[in-house]
Design a protein around this ligand. Sequence first.
Ligand code: 4AD
Ligand code: MG
Length: 432
Amino acid sequence: MKEKYISIKEALEKKKGKVSLRGWVYRERKFKDKVFIVLRDHSGIIQTVIHKDKVSEKEWEQAERILIESSVKLHGELVEDPRAPGGVELRVEKFELVHLAEPFPITKDKSKEYLYDKRHLWLRSRYLTSILKIRSTVFRAIREYFWSKGFYEFHSPSLTPGVAEEGPTLFEVNYFGKKLYLTQTWQLYAEAAIFALEKIFTIAPSFRAERSKTSRHLAEYWHAEVEVAWMNMDELMDLAEEMIKHVIREVLKHHREDLEFLGRDPKDLEKVLKKKWPRITYDEALEILEKKGMKVPWGKDLRTIEEDKLMEDFDTPVFVTHYPKEIMAFYKPRDPKNPKVARCFDLIAPEGYGELIGGSERDENIDELIKALKKAGEKIENYEFYLDTRRYGSIPHSGFGMGVERLISWICKLETIRDAIPFPRTMTRHKP
Ligand code: 4AD
Ligand code: MG
């Protein structure tokens, strides 16, 4: 008969009775006639005890030699014990060794870089497990939100012939002797697809050859993007705010303990849910900065230090809108009310987590697009497919992109974005 195993979380809730558990040895302590094993599985940890006279001789020999991270199956009786973590202990009646681990290379005193080298093993830590669980909920909640709003999930190629955002951060790929690039955004393809599907989203990897070693930049990150027919910028900001609030609500619903373990007070996030997030223009942002002693000449983009300074005054994310047209990507349209600025926004996170989202309306005017592309030094023939979208039933539309790891970093209050993704890729790290 097939054994029925329950999770450690279920065992802690059950508190008594005979159960079978399986997992890995998180801690062990050996005495003359008993061995304590703290067992770990995906759901938690539980204390177990093996008495020499309660198991066979062979089982006892194996238990005595056990090392951490060995895999085991334990069968026995649950007993309430206030001294045990979680208040419940498993008294083992049958001990099955699945695999005796070699001495585990990760010990307390290891450096950060060593932990990144051993990332495949470090994933088992409570720290990364908590983040990975939250990450899974974040992805689910993003999809859930867009599906509930009638969006289709759409996929664009990862290998692309042209630039959509910034030339200097493109990764080149040798494609059968031709030069292609890893995608930075799905946007140009998404703009073609809304003529079929109208409301679309994706979550997919984007690539940026970032030379900066910051706590906010990855070379490969997961990009949640939307593109919506007929939508204007104000509606798009509503969508972005609602989507992130939905994600935060889901994380709060399922991961309070994980958040607390990571040092994020759930109350900080609850506060963010209650408020409407401010919308200020680029010009207003410059005024705030000037009052705080930081003078930014009009026409310059806001850098990290300026964003951080600006956000000192806010405890929710803030939309900064209407950046100078000249420094924006070619597809961002001029504002008819003030042609010096574009109809675009960034959503900036509080607490120094930087830009979560970049979004805009899209220029419908084909002549303006061609002018902007030429100014950026682009070859028009590479964009013919894109320009076709403006030749056959062009419509107003808009879209945004969110760095999912940026959102996770902020929600989990992480020191670095590298821990928001299982196997980070940065300028200095591409292994394992
Ligand atoms: O602001 P960006 O460059 O905008 C676009 O790519 C648009 N085409 C998106 C769209 O409208 N569909 O990038 C969008 C977001 C940023 O706000 C940031 O959160 C994230 O992508 N991002 C990064 N995240 C991690 N590491 C990096 N190197 C990132 N670069 C951008
Ligand atoms: Mg941006």
